[in-house]
Design a protein around this ligand. Structure first.
Ligand code: TRP
Length: 328
């Protein structure tokens, strides 16, 4: 089980952090992928129309990378009211102090400049709601980027606390972090992020990809192609490490670069070719689905119905374990 907030289109950071892993898991595991629109609204309450558009974009991104709705359930969080109920129950098991100390919440507050007076109950508590997403949809393995690990830890704590109080009913989920836990943005330093304007999107057409590759931060100490190049902090090589399937060829390229035997332009040409090798099939699948927006909507509708059946089953077990009445 995993998910994403629909706040915009998905990019290469998502791809190496978690999307690629999902494609592998899809071959071996039943999986639910949640478009977490309520979670997106914890930072976008004033812009619900933006979230609404992003629901379509993210669903299309899922289908474009090759998540197969016949095998993998794609669901929309706000269509699953049982998750909200479970979040209310889980809220009984977490202290506010602990949420304040969650490192991802802290980092997001800092980057969004959310002070005490602006901090909503919903934002501070979204890790609790995320725990409900995972547990309520029967998630055992959670493929996510490194920034999500504190939230999976929170879900594990909640499950342990629930089981200690009410009996061994729930399973502790486990995070599966991608081999590339963090990808820099094209200008280096900061991680790739839509809001920082440094992202390469899965939906970027070839000309946009070409332009962004040209802008990528390389080695500022290098003035001519014959100067020895440095790999540390060099985003072109970071991306090649993450995406180039030809590892031997990449090792040879690195040696030439360090020896001053190849220029930045040639290395970027190689990177373009590598990235486009990943993005071209994604683009092709996207344009297929784009022809039929109603089919995309149907995927999410039907997936949500399937997911809801799981959530109802788990919530019934939770209520029974707690001795909550199923009816009076
Ligand atoms: N917090 C995740 C993100 O920002 C989105 C998310 C919501 C999620 N519910 C989840 C991820 C459950 C994994 C499992 O992208």
């Amino acid at each position: 089980m995993t998910g994403d907030r629909p706040t915009g289109k998905l990019h290469l950071g998502h791809y190496v952090g978690s999307l690629r892993r999902r494609l592998d898991l899809q071959e071996t595991h039943p999986m639910t992928v949640l478009v977490a629109d309520l979670q997106a609204l914890t930072t976008h309450a004033e812009r619900p129309d933006e979230v609404r558009q992003a629901i379509r974009d993210v669903t299309l991104d899922y289908l474009a990378i090759g998540l197969d709705p016949e095998r993998t359930t794609l669901a929309l969080q706000s269509l699953l009211p049982e998750l909200a109920e479970l979040a209310a129950i889980f809220g009984l098991l977490v202290t506010v102090g602990h949420l304040y100390r969650n490192p991802t919440i802290k980092a997001e507050r800092a980057s969004l400049g959310i002070d005490e007076e602006q901090l909503t109950y919903g934002f501070l508590g979204y890790p609790v709601s995320q725990a409900a997403d995972i547990v309520g949809l029967g998630g055992e393995l959670v493929p996510v980027g490194a920034d999500q690990v504190p939230h999976i830890e929170e879900a594990r704590r909640i499950v342990r606390r629930f089981n200690a109080l009410y009996g061994e009913v729930l399973t502790e989920p486990r995070a599966l972090v991608g081999e590339v836990p963090r990808l820099s943005g094209i200008y280096g330093k900061e991680k790739m992020s839509k809001s920082l304007g440094n992202a390469i999107f899965l939906s970027d057409p070839p000309d946009v990809l070409r332009k962004k590759v040209r802008q990528i931060y390389t080695d500022p100490t290098r003035l001519k192609a014959t100067d020895p190049g440095h790999l540390e902090g060099n985003v072109v090589f970071e991306y090649l490490d993450a995406f180039d399937p030809d590892k031997a060829g990449l090792d040879a390229l690195k040696e030439r670069y360090q020896a001053g035997g190849i220029g930045d332009v040639a290395v970027k040409d190689r990177l373009y070719e590598v990235l486009d090798g990943h993005l071209a099939p994604i683009r092709a699948r996207r344009s297929q689905w784009e022809q039929d927006p109603e089919a995309v909507e149907r995927v999410l509708q039907e997936g949500s119905e399937r997911a809801r059946a799981i959530a109802i089953r788990i919530l019934t077990q939770v209520r029974a374990a707690m001795g909550l009445p199923l009816r009076l």
